[in-house]
Design a protein around this ligand. Structure first.
Ligand code: SF4
Length: 337
């Protein structure tokens, strides 16, 4: 069953000028993004910083108002379009979508004990209090691999990896259906990244979770995601099953992102061209294909016409891509280990 359906989502931020804050332009942070996430699935949203992935997540969480589009959530036999709800109307649905933030050092209140941090959502929503609340916090801490007696400690007593476990325990308190993980291991030491990724995968099974997993780094999503959507300048440019996207990329931008994936073959990186240049300004995107200024395969048409986002998959599974030459280019992928 499809848990979440995002249709033609747009988020434009106005650029204002002068005393009267006249609108002189728009930053199209998210510009017509569509995807679905099946129950129990992990969809990775990947792209360089500034491509719109976190803004997409904030719209889904309704931390910000989308400019246009639909965010359809299907829970408990009901279907609701979150994009059309406001204020109090959103309240009953907030518990179904929780977020794990990037930085466990800033996302925990240093003046609160762990039991208050993890227990707060349960208390605020009137789910438990007193001894029952404490028991539930203990259970959550155990689920994320922390000892229940740690609940009386403050966040400063924990390492980065342990703090991220506390953040995850808090996110699970309300038994969400969808967890948005925004770069959950980016701020952590490389040695403990795998532990947190493994924990997220174990919890997915245990709590029947669905993940939207945001990362700038394809290597992080290699093992955790079922499908990957690659974003560039506010739009999805490629979406396919993880193995297919890694081994048979169809968009030149995806090919360049694969350079960052560490592989044992030392020649591999040299064979791929490292991506050049900065992400263009979303307030003033290039004409035609937004990637054409950085694309090694760009031709005249790329400067003039935005490529159609279409299914080029040859098997049963769709493989969506927005590149004029997706069918002709032979891009270099990598084998998933
Ligand atoms: Fe490159 Fe042209 Fe394809 Fe854009 S449409 S990715 S510029 S080849």
């Amino acid at each position: 069953m499809t848990l979440l359906e995002v249709k033609n989502l747009k988020k434009y931020f106005p650029i204002t000028k002068g005393f009267f804050r006249k609108v002189v332009g728009l930053v199209k942070a998210v510009d017509g993004v569509s995807f679905e996430i099946e129950e129990g699935e992990t969809l990775a949203l990947v792209g360089e910083s500034g491509c719109g992935k976190t803004t997409t997540a904030k719209c889904i969480l309704r931390a910000i108002d989308p400019t246009e589009g639909d965010i359809i959530l299907r829970v408990d036999g009901k279907e609701v379009n979150l994009a059309k709800l406001q204020g109090e109307e959103l309240k009953p649905y907030r518990r179904y979508i929780q977020m794990v933030f990037q930085n466990p050092y800033t996302s925990l209140n240093p003046r609160m004990k762990v039991k208050d941090i993890v227990g707060e959502p349960l208390l605020v929503n009137g789910i438990a209090k007193g001894k029952e609340l404490e028991d539930m916090v203990a259970e959550l801490l155990q689920a994320v691999g922390l000892r229940p007696e740690y609940m009386v400690r403050y966040p400063h007593a924990f390492s980065g990896g342990q703090r991220q476990r506390i953040v995850i325990a808090r996110a699970l308190a309300l038994r969400p259906k969808l967890v948005v993980c925004d770069e959950p291991v980016a701020a952590l030491d490389v040695s403990i990244r795998a532990q947190i990724l493994n924990l997220l995968m174990d919890l997915q099974e245990q709590f029947k979770l669905t993940y939207l997993f945001i990362s700038h780094d394809l290597s992080v999503v290699e093992h955790i995601s079922d499908r990957v959507a690659v974003m560039y300048l506010g739009r999805i440019v490629e979406l396919a099953r993880t193995e297919e996207l890694f081994e048979n990329p169809k968009h030149p931008y995806t090919e360049t992102l694969l350079v960052a994936v560490p592989k044992p073959d030392p020649d591999f990186r040299e064979e791929l061209r490292a991506i050049e240049g900065e992400v263009p300004n979303p307030a003033n995107p290039p004409s035609g294909c937004h990637f054409h200024l950085r694309c090694p395969y760009a031709k005249k048409i790329c400067e003039e016409v935005y490529p159609e986002y279409r299914n080029v998959g040859t098997g049963e599974e769709p493989h969506y891509v927005a590149c004029h030459f997706a069918e002709q280019l032979t891009l270099r992928g990598i084998k998933i280990s």
